[in-house]
Design a protein. Sequence first.
Length: 272
Amino acid sequence: MSDFLSDAEFDRFRNFIYNESGIHFSASNRTILESRLKERLKSAGIPTTAEYYALIQSNAEETKVLLDSVTTNLTRFFRNTAHFETLEHHVIPDLIARKKDRSDKKIRIWSAGCSTGEEPYSIAMMLHRIMPPGYSAEITASDISLKSLMTGKEGLYAENRMNGVPPDYLSTYFEKKGTNYQIKDTVKRTVTFDYHNLKNDSGLRNLDIVFCRNVLIYFDETAQKDSVNRFWDVMAPHSYLFIGHSESLFGMNTRFEFLKTDWACIYQKNVT
């Protein structure tokens, strides 16, 4: 038993977090939850865990702050190059060909668990570079971390965050501001940032591409399957799902088809 949380308290907090977000804390990562709770109690000026638990039961804003604090926002521009090669050389050309004779030539994308915005901006830059005239992109970027979303909306990144950005992209799509880099409006206007908890319906529909990378690993099997099924429901009849390279739908009873391209393995929804 910990000096900070009793076993019963640990169960109470982790069950609350799971029910609110699907994020699962096992006994092996108990210390992470405890350290985040200590930070919240100190910041909120609350002396006991019992009082803090009572607060999150009644205060939706504090619940959002807590969920923000327990998420890990690790990301970078063009993370997992193979996925972006698949996007550029397989997924986008296929979608363009399918929409060629349609009046609606918009490609709709959801970056779920977008963290501080590097993923959706990477997608936006690539699409700006490769899409032919007459086509457009609409990217919704969502996260459970309000702090991360604010960074994404601002689009201002320190120089050491530019690792992975090709030099021609850096010169075309960013402005140097002191020691930082500001993403240009040509890219920013393609991306809409929005708070979203994957436990709930996103309200999005007819999506051509969903990126949800390195998010499902924080969920248990039930929450993973629920999230994946919700993705299916909001995706277009022929569409693509990108998950983290260490994640898999293998063994999960889903309707997505496994797709092995020349660059990476992804999933697709293919309904005739």
